[in-house]
Design a protein. Structure first.
Length: 223
């Protein structure tokens, strides 16, 4: 593919060849024919330049729109994090939101106070990640057996999934629930457990966006 400079060079070479060719047949070529050929060449060059300029303008516009979208998303995420004390991590091309959605001891019922943060999360996803897969990860504190906690974590994840599907407007194919139960390496406060308010940091969910809509590697998620 010719660059713009290469295209000009090729056209110039062609023009010179034409001029010399016509000059060699000066006795047979009328001046008006020569002028006509030059005019055609000029028109072709102008059309080519206009097409290249149009493509460049289109590319620059697309890049500007992407930059604006990334900037808007960054501001939205920073506001979201500040307002709800949300931590955001980039993990293997995905965004993980550690949201302050917690559960009472031995309960999988979503608390009324935790609904606003899920509403805000849903609005970000719908605006910037339409069609993305959202995985709800459920966790428990280490009270009880590992098998029981794995099931309890699943019920917590399912409760949040159901809320997002109903209130957030997500499709069934865009939500997934998984449980990590009491797995030690994911506990926020290792070993903290109930009953009561103790260990509530471990009784939680995390939300993971698996997307391809925006290059989040370009988003600055400063502490």
């Amino acid at each position: 593919m010719f660059t713009r400079q290469g295209r000009r060079t090729a056209m110039t070479v062609g023009a010179l060849a034409m001029v010399f060719g016509l000059a060699g047949c000066a006795a047979k070529v009328k001046q008006e024919d020569f002028n006509s050929e030059v005019a055609k060449l000029r028109q072709e060059m102008q059309s080519g330049d206009q097409a290249i300029a149009s493509r460049l303008d289109s590319t620059n516009q697309a890049l500007a729109q992407q930059d604006a979208r990334i900037s808007a998303l960054e501001q939205e995420l920073q506001a979201f994090r500040s307002e709800y004390t949300v931590s955001i991590e980039k993990v293997r091309g995905m965004l993980k939101f550690n949201v302050p959605v917690h559960f009472d001891f031995d309960s999988s019922e979503l608390r009324e106070a935790d609904r606003p943060v899920l509403d805000r999360f849903a609005s970000v996803v719908v605006e910037y990640y339409p069609g993305a897969l959202v995985t709800v990860e459920g966790f428990t504190d280490p009270s009880g057996s590992a098998a029981y906690n794995l099931d309890l974590g699943r019920r917590r994840a399912e409760a949040v999934k159901e809320y997002l599907a109903t209130a957030g407007g997500f499709g069934a194919d865009n939500l997934k629930a998984v449980s990590y139960g009491e797995v030690r390496n994911r506990q926020v406060v290792p070993g903290a457990r109930g009953p009561g308010e103790q260990g509530i940091e471990n009784r939680r969910v995390a939300l993971v966006i698996d997307h391809a809509a925006i290059a989040t590697d370009e988003i600055a998620l400063t502490p």
